[in-house]
Design a protein around this ligand. Structure first.
Ligand code: UDP
Ligand code: MG
Length: 139
């Protein structure tokens, strides 16, 4: 059965462009509840750890530089079928291919600076949530 939790980040481009409020509103309107949230910043080292699965990809160094370029908002979200429903809400990785009305279609500028992260499986949602939040910070 699909799990109830997913993990997200509002990425540095969307924070820089003052989209935090509009994005959180869309997340709540789509039926997600916030279980944990923090405004923080990744270093190159922690961004590299978070995206270690992509370390062999050609875009890895640019991704690490981008993700550590400014503050982010990290959050754990709750909803039935959370992972799949949240991926649908954010849209395709490349905003030019993201469906109209999705968060990336509305707020992302490019395939790299694409406004949002969303976990791709229940297993990764748990790993990623625990990367940012202790159990005592998850309500
Ligand atoms: N990315 C990129 N170029 C690419 C593919 C991905 O810069 O060709 C970046 C982009 O920020 C993306 C992240 O790497 O969100 C992780 O890639 P993934 O394929 O996991 O996409 P996502 O799950 O975020 O849609
Ligand atoms: Mg991914």
């Amino acid at each position: 059965m699909a799990g109830k939790l997913t993990f997200t980040m509002i990425k540095p481009d969307a924070v820089e462009n003052n989209h935090i409020g509009a994005i959180l509103q869309k997340i709540n309107e789509a039926g997600f509840r916030i279980k944990a949230m923090k405004y923080t910043r990744l270093t190159k080292e922690t961004a590299g750890q978070f995206y270690a699965i992509h370390s062999e990809r050609g875009f890895f160094n640019d991704l690490v530089t981008f993700m550590s370029s400014g503050p982010i908002v990290a959050a754990i979200l709750e909803k039935d079928n959370a992972v799949a429903d949240f991926r649908e809400l954010i849209g395709a990785t490349d905003p030019t291919k993201a469906a109209p009305g999705t968060i990336r279609a509305m707020f992302a500028k490019s395939i790299d600076a694409n406004a949002m992260h969303g976990s791709d499986s229940d297993e990764n949602a748990e790993i990623e949530g625990n990367f940012f939040f202790s159990k005592l910070e998850q309500f």
